[in-house]
Write a protein that binds this ligand. Structure first.
Ligand SMILES: Nc1ncnc2c1ncn2[C@@H]1O[C@H](COP(=O)(O)OP(=O)(O)OP(=O)(O)O)[C@@H](O)[C@H]1O
Length: 305
């Protein structure tokens, strides 16, 4: 049987903070207060977005979230004319007089960045290196000149001043990840970049235990297994904390015993870890090799516990 903590309620959201995480958040908040943007960078599933959102929440200002992608452009960030509204007044009260007054207005919609800049929100720009560097050039003016330029958008004013309470928190994956653009040095030079890497098995176990109400020793069996599998990877990063959390959630919900000999548990681990491992190992038959390596790790699990 899966062992649950007696007193703990199953948590499904919220950041579980160990001492390092608390200190990282406290430092980051001080840097933000001093006016410096924060940039969390690291492998997928290391917890960057969760940290960024927790940090943003600490500022007690409205939070705006933007996800970077290669099609994001100035219209998404600054805004766009969305169409026309027209007003027509026809006055034929006196039969011999016919008056017509027609006005047409273009309708403008503020983009997310413009809204955040104008009102002093905290902007979380998640995976910003998935947007084209030319799109991100806007941030150079925001961070250096404290203005948001409105070029190319038929607006009468050339720029909007940045509200003094506006702050940005960026997150990104390293440059070797697929779909990531190289960031201009000028932008990196203006932010405080902090590497957020995978945590050790104990910390990952604390998170999995806290989130799903598992006994910490049980959660550690899962995070140790995932980290053993991760070590098999060359090049591409392998299963992350996300995989451990998926396994933890399912064993709790389905009442599956965390045991390397248990067929249900084995199948769950093969399903969750198999494909990801097959993508990051060098083998003629990657899926078969991945399954063999996971089965080996499952056997080791019982030897070491
Ligand atoms: N300290 C934590 N407490 C609770 N859950 C966490 C913690 N850190 C990460 N998680 C969980 O782990 C998963 C991955 O975290 P997150 O999305 O923040 O990673 P990421 O580094 O932004 O990943 P990606 O690069 O793929 O966007 C999420 O389900 C998140 O809720």
């Amino acid at each position: 049987m899966t062992v649950l903590k007696n007193s703990s309620k199953t948590k499904t959201d919220g950041l579980i903070q160990d001492e390092d995480t608390k200190q990282l958040l406290a430092r980051s908040l001080r840097y933000l207060k001093a006016g410096y943007p924060i940039h969390y960078t690291g492998p997928t599933g290391a917890g960057k977005t969760s940290l960024a959102l927790a940090l943003a929440k600490k500022r007690r200002r409205p939070v705006m979230l933007i996800h970077g992608h290669h099609e994001l452009d100035n219209k998404d960030l600054i805004g766009d004319f969305t169409g026309y509204t027209s007003k027509k007044i026809v006055d034929n009260y006196v039969r011999s007089v016919y008056k017509k007054d027609e006005t047409v207005h273009e309708t403008w919609r503020d983009g997310r960045l413009l809204e955040a800049v104008k009102h002093g929100y905290t902007l979380v720009y998640d995976e910003f290196t998935r947007s084209k560097p030319t799109t991100n050039n806007l941030f150079l003016s925001i961070l250096e000149e404290k203005i948001l330029p409105l070029y190319g958008l038929k607006k009468t004013e050339p720029f909007v001043p940045v509200h003094p309470d506006f702050r940005v928190i960026f997150t990104s994956n390293p440059e070797e990840y697929a779909g990531v653009f190289k960031t201009q040095d000028a932008l990196l030079d203006r932010v405080i970049s902090i590497i957020v890497d995978y945590k050790d098995q104990e910390h990952e176990a604390t998170i999995a235990a806290g989130k799903f109400g598992l006994e910490e020793s049980q959660a550690k069996k899962i995070t140790t297994l995932v980290s053993t599998v991760r070590e098999e990877c060359t090049g591409e990063s392998g299963p992350s904390l996300r995989a451990s959390l998926m396994i933890a959630k399912l064993v709790v919900e389905e009442g599956i015993a965390i045991d390397g000999e248990n067929e249900e548990f084995k199948q769950l681990c093969l399903d969750i870890l198999g494909h990801q491992l097959s993508r990051c190992i060098d083998a003629d038959q990657p899926m078969k090799a991945a399954e063999e390596r996971i089965e080996k790790a499952l056997k080791q699990m019982n030897v070491s516990h």
